[in-house]
Every structure is written in C-alpha cells, then in structure tokens.
Design a binder for this molecule. Structure first.
Ligand code: DGY
Length: 321
C-alpha cells in the first residue's frame, strides 16, 4: 500500500518528524516562517493529511485545494479556532488537537507572568542592566504581595485548574467561573464557583483560560476592567481576542488596574498601539507551551493522531468524531 502523503506546515521537533517519516511521505515547509496562503493552498494539494499550526487558517478553500483523498488536519495546538471544523465534518475530514500535554507549561507561564507583573521583574531587570542600580532603596520597584491574596480563574478546564492547583503553595483563596462547576477542582483546592462579576470585583489576580468562541470574544472589555480592583493583575495565556485590547490599553494607561501579563494578542502578532510603551504590562510572543519537552510531546500527539486516522481508527484527540 502507498504510504500516505503528508504536509507539515512548519518545522516541528525532530522526534515527531522522525515518527511521522516512519509511516508517511513527509513534506515540511522549508522556510523558517509560516507558509503564505498561496504556499499553503499549493502545499496541501494531493496530500492525505496535513499537520498544521494555529497560525494556519484552515477553511473550505484549503479542504477543496487538498482534494477528496485528504483524511485529516492535525492541529499542533490544543486550541483549534483557526480551523473551520464544520466544513471539515461536511467533507468527512478529521480534525484533531493536542490536549493535556501542554497544561503544565501553559499554567507555568501564566504564573511566570503573574510574578513578573506583580514584582515588576521586567522593569527592574531593565533598570539593573542599564547600570542605573546605584544603591538599595526602600522604595525601589515596589510590587505587590501574592501570598494570601485572592486568585480569580476564568475557565477552570484542564489548563485553568492546573494553574489553580499550583496556587496551593501561596495560601490563596481561589474563585473561579466556568460554564459549569468543576467539583474535582473545588475538592482539590477549595476553590469557590462564583459569577463573573464577583470574580472581577473580588480578585487580586485574574487569569484567563478560555477557548476562543463567539461567546468568549471580548469577554473582558471596558465594563469588566472597570469592575476590577485598582490593584488587580490580569493574565492572559489563552487567546488574544478574549480581551478587548483597546480597552485594556486605556485601563493600563489610566492605572485602572495594576498591570497585565499577556502571552497572546487580539491581532497577533501585532500589538495594539500604545501597549508596548507601557511599563505596567509584560508581553511575550505566545510561548505558553514553548518548552522543549512540551513541544516535542505536542508533535508526538499530533503525529499519533495522524497515524491513527490513516489506519482507519478514530484518533484519540479527534474534535469532530
Ligand atoms: C495551543 O496549543 O492552543 C497554544 O496556544 C499553543 O501551544
């Protein structure tokens, strides 16, 4: 039997490519950049499967270009808002994602941002590097305490609850909102299920862990920012458009909240004008899952999803079974 032909839209860790090459004829995007739309449409032509990224817009035009033989688009991410799943389902194309393996890495990065903003690590680093540190000062880079404070978690799924479990060492009171109560999470952490307004008004730190859906777009806007404490720290490692970034820039400029830590942006990779000039925000380039171990595991899972699909099985992480 002919080996399935596969396109990988960007270089991924070698262990995953090695496994894929054992089963398939593999073409990898040769450039150190994302594929252009034209390259993507050309690259998918005649392929049996595509291992794609969250930066690839996968829609009906792409499925049409790939052709009827195409079985699977395996997204190298847990989020799959870049993919038109409905159109894929109509064409009996399998869509998969990589849940679970990136929970720790993403939750860890949310904590790193929380610390960086609260203790002004980036500002203080810049000051020290620039040789401005002349003498210890009682008022130098005062931040905010974390221990004993109230942590608000928006979305207590796999990543949000992982993030919450890590708060136990800091004796924090945990509030959370979710589509439904997460009893296991409550038992593990003592977290309290509250409505959105209570969470926004009472939390010292708020971390967002929502998928991007039409219902979660601009989940945090001007009204919500106005409800937060003036000392609140907002963290987002999920998807940029869940925050109205214009409203956030205004709130940060006017010091309506203490600060924000952002791994994701509304118009990624562009930042809202004004954001990068602010000292009370820490920005990083969507690196939530960016550890060697996690990115390797994501690759292995995406490849396993493909191998399962090519052997006629429903892959473990099929999102349109
Ligand atoms: C995801 O998996 O959805 C992250 O945003 C990138 O790892």
């Amino acid at each position: 039997m002919n080996r399935p032909k596969v396109l990988v839209t960007r270089q991924i860790p070698e262990a995953a490519l090695k496994l894929l090459r054992q089963h398939c004829e593999v073409v990898v995007n040769p450039y150190d950049r994302g594929m252009t739309r034209e390259e993507l449409l050309e690259g998918v032509r005649g392929k049996d499967g595509v291992l794609c990224l969250l930066t690839d817009i996968i829609d009906d035009e792409v499925y049409e270009a790939a052709g009827e033989q195409c079985k699977i688009f395996a997204n190298y991410a847990v989020g799959y808002n870049n993919i038109d799943v409905q159109a894929a389902t109509k064409r009996r194309i399998i869509i998969t994602n990589t849940p679970g393996v990136l929970d720790d890495a993403t939750a860890d990065l949310a904590w790193a941002l929380l610390f960086a903003v609260s203790r002004r690590i980036v500002e203080a680093d810049r000051y020290t590097r620039e040789g401005r540190f002349q003498i210890w000062g009682p008022m130098l880079y005062l931040g905010r305490d974390i221990t004993g404070k109230t942590l608000g978690i928006i979305g207590a799924g796999r990543i949000g609850s992982n993030f919450g479990r890590k708060a136990r060492g800091f004796d924090m009171k945990i509030l959370y909102t979710n589509t439904k109560p997460n009893k296991k999470f409550e038992e593990e952490t003592g977290a309290m299920y509250v409505d959105k307004e209570t969470l926004l008004r009472e939390s010292d730190f708020i971390s967002i862990h929502l998928p991007l859906l039409s219902s979660t777009r601009h989940y945090i806007g001007e009204k919500e920012l106005d409800m937060m404490k003036r000392t609140a720290v907002l963290i987002n490692t999920s998807r940029g458009p869940v925050i109205d970034e214009k409203a956030l820039v205004r709130a940060l400029k006017e010091k309506k909240i203490w600060g924000a830590g952002l791994d994701v942006f509304e118009n990624e990779p562009k930042l809202e004008p004004g954001l990068a000039e602010l000292d009370n925000v820490v920005v990083v380039p969507h690196i939530g899952s960016a550890t060697i171990e996690t990115r390797t595991n994501m690759g292995l899972i995406a490849v396993k999803n493909m191998i399962q699909a090519f052997s006629g099985e429903i892959p473990d992480h099929c999102v349109n079974p």
